[in-house]
Design a protein around this ligand. Structure first.
Ligand SMILES: [Zn+2]
Length: 394
């Protein structure tokens, strides 16, 4: 067990909160029903600006990341700099964009559970997080309760490669520690997430008429199939996974395809294993190509173009990380137990940690994300509102 230095939590009492779940539900539905696919987050961002002006934010900034991300807006930063309590500043992060299909979302609410009507995702990933933050501030203001300095970082283009977070300048925040509200589970904090590399392989064969001159062709598709059969994919070990997610190529049924393009990824909590697995994948593709006789006079046939690059770095918070200490205290003052876990997904938090912001990921109860079955319970959202309020006041 890791040694955790002892930091006493401040003494907090009287934490019986009555969250306005009706208002929380209404806020959440209105956020879900604003279209915000990646690179088109401006409508949602403008909507949030109005809300936070009403709530008395001290500063509202749209950064200049749009030039890098290609979005119609920048990352949105909201600051409550002097809300009364002398606490270490913290930030909360959610992303504005939603995975497809996400146009014209209509929300169903039955027996305390939010879903979409079935044609689209719900968009609780990550609008539940945004609704939770809004309700937390509304609650504190309703109750004339002082809280500590807080900033909200709402990023663009998370779902298409964490582009907003990558283009964000961490000095735009005063806080040095915070929480990304962007995961499944309730009362769960993610302290470790894997690094990921994307790889791209183009297999080069030789085109020929499939009926007239099949002996003159080399099928790039067949080469790809041979490689795919040999690749080690899925869960590779307790720390690592690999996947080929896209394949394209070919032009017609009567033409032997000369180019096939594949894209995939490897994730691992170990950088060493990550590099090894990517190298193994490269070797399999190369071996398949090398096993076929090369065509005389054509040096690249059959051939391979293989490329890989980092999607995001690994994140790993130390047991005594400030963000973890703060949330232990916040949960303790609610007499609540938090689970600290390792997760398999990458998110803005990987990037924020890399840029020096001590960021833990907080589960907000969303379920079956990235699917049209996505759902979230209102009570789970309310439970997270309480935790956020506790973070802001203890
Ligand atoms: Zn998300």
């Amino acid at each position: 067990m890791a040694h955790v230095p002892f930091h006493p939590c401040p003494d907090t009492t009287g934490n019986s909160m009555k969250i306005n779940t009706e208002r929380l539900a209404a806020t959440f539905v209105s956020l879900c029903e604003i279209d915000s696919p990646s690179r088109q987050e401006k409508s949602l961002s403008d909507y949030l600006k109005n809300i936070f002006v009403e709530l008395g934010a001290d500063k509202i900034i749209t950064d200049n990341s749009a030039a890098k991300t290609g979005s119609d807006t920048g990352n949105l930063v909201i600051k409550f700099s002097h809300p009364g309590l002398d606490l270490e500043p913290i930030f909360f992060n959610c992303h504005l964009d939603v995975i497809s299909p996400c146009h014209a979302v209509k929300v169903n609410f039955r027996d305390g559970l939010f879903t979409s009507k079935g044609e689209t995702v719900l968009g609780g990933d990550d609008k539940a997080g945004i609704a939770i933050l809004i309700e937390a501030i509304q609650y504190l203001q309703d109750n004339h309760q002082l809280f500590g300095p807080v900033e909200f970082l709402f990023t663009t283009c998370e779902e298409i490669g964490l582009l907003g977070a990558k283009a964000f300048n961490s000095t735009d925040l005063t806080a040095k520690m915070g929480y990304a509200l962007d995961s499944t589970g309730v009362d769960v904090v993610i302290t470790e997430a894997p690094a990921a590399q994307e790889f791209q392989a183009t297999l080069i064969g030789l085109a020929a008429h499939a009926g007239l001159h099949p002996e003159q062709g080399i099928s790039a598709l067949q080469l790809a199939a041979q490689a795919l059969v040999r690749l080690n994919l899925g869960r590779l070990d307790s720390l690592s996974t690999a996947n080929v997610g896209l394949i394209s190529g070919g032009t017609a049924t009567n033409i032997i395809p000369d180019r096939v393009f594949l894209r995939g990824e490897v994730r691992s909590h170990s950088n060493k294993l990550l590099n090894q697995y990517v190298a193994d994948i490269h070797n399999v593709f190369q071996d398949v190509v090398d096993c076929r006789p090369h065509v005389q006079g054509l040096t690249r046939v059959p051939g391979l173009e293989f490329d890989f690059f980092e999607q995001y770095p690994r994140m790993r918070l130390a047991a005594d990380a400030p963000a973890l200490h703060r949330i232990r205290c916040a949960a303790g003052s609610l007499s609540r137990k938090i689970s600290f876990i390792r997760a398999g997904g990458g998110s803005d938090a990987n990037i924020l940690n890399q840029s020096g912001l001590n960021t833990a990921i907080l589960g907000i109860g969303m379920t079956d994300v990235h699917s049209t079955h996505e759902s979230i319970h209102l009570q789970d959202m309310a439970r997270t509102v309480e935790l956020v309020i506790s973070l802001l006041t203890s």
